[in-house]
Ligand binder design. Structure first.
Ligand SMILES: Nc1ncnc2c1ncn2[C@@H]1O[C@H](COP(=O)(O)OP(=O)(O)OP(=O)(O)O)[C@@H](O)[C@H]1O
Ligand SMILES: [Mg+2]
Length: 287
């Protein structure tokens, strides 16, 4: 007989159910974002949609968009929020060296009204921007991450950006993302993987550098995009002057929980915080 019977792969739903992680919300510190994820509650014979209050626990979330859409700000707000709640976060910085990220995190914390003392021991930075081996050799990256997760009891991991790990080898994107995904699942991490879109990519879709590889593999894809206001109609709709930039956010898909599928306005406050506003439907009064 060809092939073998892999008995270890077989279990009843009951057995798997005993190991099933609980679904709950991991707050992101991004106003208006956490309520876009839902769970259901059963009361008597009624099923009630209930906000999850964060991204789903243990989800690997792909946050993708063109340059300057607010991805890093969102990832930093998430890290600061989780750290301020006493949870350890590992932040793999691929784009900028750790000291520069520390400046950004300090800015975010200030703007969020969170004390530096409450987060400085709870965010562990891995500098893949300075140490190129971490960008070029994925086993070294995952070994380093495993060391940090085990020794600092890390609950969440941020990688900004995964695109930097397959910059010159986009063909490898799928393999690299699948390896990271498997690793983050094995270590029970809630994770945000930031990925860059290239200008040729369809802006509203989850397509990013490496094609759809990233979004197919991860648990959840969030797309952020921006647009220049060029007409009187959009200027009055968005109540912004012509020529100004308007940003949007849409959850493209999530396999771990229900979510709002509408496109929402997103803004960056002048203190550098991302906030998610009403859906376009609500704005147009169609809701
Ligand atoms: N402290 C701040 N105050 C106000 N605006 C800020 C602040 N920091 C960043 N911004 C603005 O927020 C926008 C998004 O910045 P962010 O770094 O999150 O972009 P990004 O999507 O990560 O871009 P990239 O793909 O190039 O990394 C930029 O337009 C920037 O000008
Ligand atoms: Mg960035």
């Amino acid at each position: 007989m060809e092939g073998r019977v892999i008995r270890d792969s077989i279990e009843t739903l009951k057995e798997a159910g005993r190991k099933a992680p609980k679904l709950f919300g991991i707050p992101t510190g991004i106003e208006g974002f956490d309520d876009l994820f839902f769970t259901v509650k059963v009361e008597g014979d009624r099923v009630i949609k209930t906000p999850l209050g964060g991204i789903p626990s243990l989800a690997v979330v792909n946050l993708t968009g063109l340059s300057d859409t607010g991805k890093s700000l969102m990832a930093e707000q998430f890290a600061v929020k989780q750290a301020s709640m006493g949870y350890r976060v590992c932040f793999v910085t691929v784009e900028i060296p750790s000291p520069f990220l520390a400046t950004g995190l300090r800015e975010r914390a200030r703007a969020m009204g969170i004390r530096w003392e409450d987060i400085e021991e709870n965010i562990i930075l891995v500098d893949a921007s300075t140490h190129s081996i971490l960008r070029e050799d994925i086993p070294s990256l995952t070994n380093t991450l495993a060391h940090v997760i085990e020794n600092y009891e890390v609950k969440s991991t941020v990688i900004d950006s995964v695109t930097g790990l397959f910059e010159a080898k986009e063909m490898m994107a799928r393999g690299i993302v699948r390896r990271l995904f498997g690793f983050l699942k094995r270590y029970y991490q809630t994770a945000i993987l930031v990925s860059q879109k290239r200008s040729g990519h369809e802006e509203f879709s989850a397509e990013a550098a490496g094609g759809y590889a990233v979004s197919h593999i991860v648990d959840c894809s969030v797309v952020v995009f921006k647009e220049m206001i060029m007409s009187k109609y959009t200027a009055s709709l968005y109540k912004r002057p012509i020529g100004s930039m308007i940003r949007f956010l849409r959850i493209d898909g999530c396999r771990l929980c229900a979510h709002d599928t509408r496109t929402h306005i997103m803004e960056i406050t002048d203190t550098g915080l991302v906030r998610v506003g009403p859906s376009l439907e609500e704005l147009k009064g169609g809701d």
